[in-house]
Design a protein around this ligand. Structure first.
Ligand code: PLP
Length: 412
């Protein structure tokens, strides 16, 4: 077990121990076992002058308030427990949680832009919507796309951020984080660690200054909570809290509760699913129906493969595996990035970053490997899907039979 050192005052504890204890150390002294869920939107105070001083303090520094948060857009005690736990797992000073992964990235970009640093250097591929947010300049930022070797040359005086996903969505391409951090010089490197999770990789230890997660994925782990989180130093966390306060992309306390609970099983889930994924990769690698398999050196529960046949037929043919976007759940999901998760990226950019039209991405869950293989191998041999039928009107049950890929809504 890898021990984690949080400073000389704390005895280093293994990740599995931190996963079930971080953010919960005070519970026994409160006479509690499960963390309390605080759903308050506001907090009463009979001393308006003292409240005014606390609001001023938060607005000017972004430091977490001692005592109740005044209003739920400033802070929430349940969410703060999740933030504390995630920061510990990532080996970072602090973490700030948001309503989704995209809200988290938005806050990072706004925080840097508010310091006059509107230029971003980014390495493709990124998750389709992250690519779109940067490429479309929706937040007034400008992006330079480069490969990792070009990062140092792409940095300008107004560069506020270098961004990479490793392993990347959906090709699972890996970056040498340490080398990249070196190329960044004084510009912070943001690593989207959604696919690896701190179980497989802690980017801060390799020089990254900002670690982002779509908490919707492995941190929650059950496909029933949406959230995002940024782990970083306390100074940047203060700016992020100020941005969150002003723009309102807060994580709901119930989501914070579920994410804290998700963290406690994160190491067990990621390791078990990774073992299954590695076995599926081994079988796919010698399967004559598969043109290419993508799997990162660090392992993990995400796999990608290119088929010789029609990828839509594989999506239409699965029965146990769920054909759906998203990832990191206890059950196995498969999707076609060119149609769904990376649909919003221009075709040429998608292809040049390795997202081929024949690529399928699979998030391996906790099912038995033989059941998954049986389903996958029958889907790979499935005859072509029937042509799409008109969607049934709302309330009318769909016809029983093979689902038709083309009739599915193309969520992103
Ligand atoms: C790697 C990665 N980062 C960020 C996001 C965005 O997260 P969310 O959907 O929680 O906004 C996603 C979503 O799929 C993702 O895969």
């Amino acid at each position: 077990m890898d021990a984690m050192d949080y400073g000389s005052s704390v005895t280093p504890r293994a990740l599995a121990t931190e996963a079930v204890h971080a953010g919960r150390e005070d519970l026994a002294s409160l006479g509690l076992h499960a963390p309390p869920l605080d759903l308050s939107t506001t907090y009463p105070s009979y001393d308006a002058r003292a409240e005014a001083a606390r609001i001023d303090e938060f607005a000017t520094t972004g430091a977490r308030l001692d005592g109740p948060p005044v209003y739920a857009r400033l802070d929430n005690p349940t969410v703060a427990r999740f933030e504390e736990a995630l920061a510990r797992l990532e080996g970072a000073e602090a973490a700030v949680a948001f309503a989704s992964g995209m809200a988290a990235l938005t806050a990072v970009l706004l925080a840097r832009a508010s310091q006059g640093l509107r230029h971003v250097v980014a390495v493709r591929p990124l998750y389709g919507c992250s690519d779109h947010l940067l490429d479309a300049g929706l937040l007034g930022t400008e992006v330079t796309w480069t490969d990792p070797a070009g990062v140092a040359d792409a940095i300008r005086p107004d560069t506020g951020l270098v961004m990479v996903e490793s392993p990347a969505n959906p090709t699972l391409a890996e970056a040498d984080i340490r080398a990249l951090a070196h190329s960044c010089g004084s510009v912070p490197l943001l690593v989207d660690n959604t696919f690896a999770t701190p179980v497989l990789q802690r980017p801060v230890a390799q020089g990254a200054r900002i670690v982002l997660h779509s908490a919707t994925k492995y941190l929650g782990g059950h496909g029933d909570v949406m959230g995002g989180v940024v782990a970083c130093d306390e100074e940047f966390a203060r700016t992020l809290r100020q941005v969150r306060f002003a723009t309102g992309g807060v994580l709901h306390p119930l989501a914070g509760y579920l994410l804290l609970r998700g963290l406690s099983t994160l190491p067990v889930r990621v390791r078990a699913a990774s073992t299954t994924a590695a076995e599926l990769v081994r079988r796919l690698a010698t399967d004559p129906r598969i043109a290419r398999v993508h799997y990162p050196r660090i392992g993990g529960a995400m796999i990608a493969f290119e088929v010789y046949g029609e990828p839509h037929d594989v999506i239409a043919g699965v029965r146990l595996i769920t054909p759906a976007v998203s990832l990191g759940s206890v059950d196995t999901l498969i999707q076609h990035p060119a149609s769904i998760s990376h649909r919003i990226v221009a075709e040429g950019d998608r292809r040049s970053s390795g997202v081929s039209d024949r690529l399928l991405r699979m998030s391996v869950g906790l099912e038995d490997v033989e059941d998954l293989w049986r389903d996958l191998t029958q889907a790979l041999s499935a005859p072509p899907a029937a042509p799409p039928r008109a969607a049934a009107p709302a309330g009318v049950p769909a016809a029983v039979g093979r689902p038709v890929a083309a009739s599915r809504p193309s969520g992103r």
